[in-house]
Design a protein around this ligand. Structure first.
Ligand SMILES: NC(=O)c1ccc[n+]([C@@H]2O[C@H](COP(=O)([O-])OP(=O)(O)OC[C@H]3O[C@@H](n4cnc5c(N)ncnc54)[C@H](OP(=O)(O)O)[C@@H]3O)[C@@H](O)[C@H]2O)c1
Length: 270
């Protein structure tokens, strides 16, 4: 593989497009990027905006690729993979799959054995370069390919490596679905404040900035989450009262059950 790999992104929807955006922003040359989907108009827009190669023909896009990224819906993965299997067997590129719930074993069943595969589970903030992605590689993946996979996914946010593939289901439930949990909490806080008279726009702005501020503090501080919470919870104060209500109503148990339900669903889908 040359220093700058040729990357083909199969499926240029939300995730595929965000990877194209991230790669271009991080300096990946446009002429070394391919994007595919069945929609010609959408591909023309991508070409116009990013100057990348585009095609409705997956095989054509993959013929000279060093890395192929599968970013299609799980339901069509097998058909798309089987169409590409002969090309992949011939050229042996690194495969990166962000397709939810499709195991490395299933990927190898569709593509054939001895293929280097990295599974990745990004999340929707990848759209704005603030994604959180977990990665897992099969044993055939070389050190150089691990670095390549890392730098591709880093272009849309942070990455972590998983020690076992099974943990992908937990990651799916935590960070994959996680943005929705935070949106729900923010929605509930906004509604509660509105009911007490705060104008909608004011409540929304305060909720968003509070979430951002709390997340930034959690990221930038050396303190644990528990310590940070305790810091804003003065004895006898307002926060203490609110936290007591949340604890009495089993907020931890609720999240435990929610994550377990999402893990079970991820396992079923897989
Ligand atoms: N969104 C998330 O938060 C998230 C997080 C982690 C993982 N994922 C996984 O990432 C994958 C993509 O998700 P997404 O949200 O980006 O979905 P999406 O927006 O629906 O993107 C899928 C893309 O695949 C294209 N496509 C359909 N058939 C194709 C074919 N035969 N060959 C090539 N491309 C084809 C679609 O084109 P048309 O629209 O024209 O059909 C669409 O552009 C899914 O497997 C999902 O599970 C998503």
């Amino acid at each position: 593989m040359t220093n700058t790999p040729i990357i083909a992104i199969i499926g240029t929807g939300n995730m595929g497009s965000s990877l194209i955006n991230g790669l271009i922003k991080s300096g990946h040359p446009a002429h070394k990027l391919w994007g595919t989907c069945p929609n010609k108009e959408k591909l023309e827009q991508l070409h116009h905006y990013f100057h990348i190669h585009t095609s409705t023909n997956n095989i054509k896009a993959c013929e000279s690729a060093d890395v192929i990224i599968f970013a299609v819906k799980p339901q069509i993965f097998q058909a798309v993979a089987m169409e590409l299997a002969p090309t992949i067997q011939k050229h042996r590129p690194l495969i990166i799959s962000i397709v939810s719930g499709i195991s490395i074993n299933s990927i190898l069943c569709s593509l054939g054995k001895n293929i280097q595969v990295v599974r990745a589970m990004p999340n929707i903030p990848a759209l704005i370069g603030a994604g959180a992605t977990a990665l897992y590689a099969n044993t055939d993946v070389s050190k150089q390919q691990l670095n390549t996979a890392e730098s591709i996914l880093r272009s849309v946010g942070i990455i972590v490596w998983l020690p076992q593939e099974k943990l992908m289901d937990v990651v799916t439930a935590l960070s994959g679905s996680g943005p929705a949990y935070f949106f729900l909490v923010m929605e509930a806080l906004q509604q509660a404040a509105q009911q007490l008279g705060l104008p909608q726009e004011t409540a929304l702005l305060l909720v968003k900035e509070t979430a951002l501020g709390a997340a930034r503090m959690a990221i930038e501080s050396d303190h644990s989450l528990e310590e940070l919470r305790q810091k804003v919870t003065s004895p006898g104060g307002t926060t203490e009262k609110a936290i007591a209500v949340l604890e009495e109503n089993q907020i931890r148990k609720i999240f435990e059950k929610a994550i377990q339900a999402a893990v079970r669903r991820s396992e079923e889908l897989g």
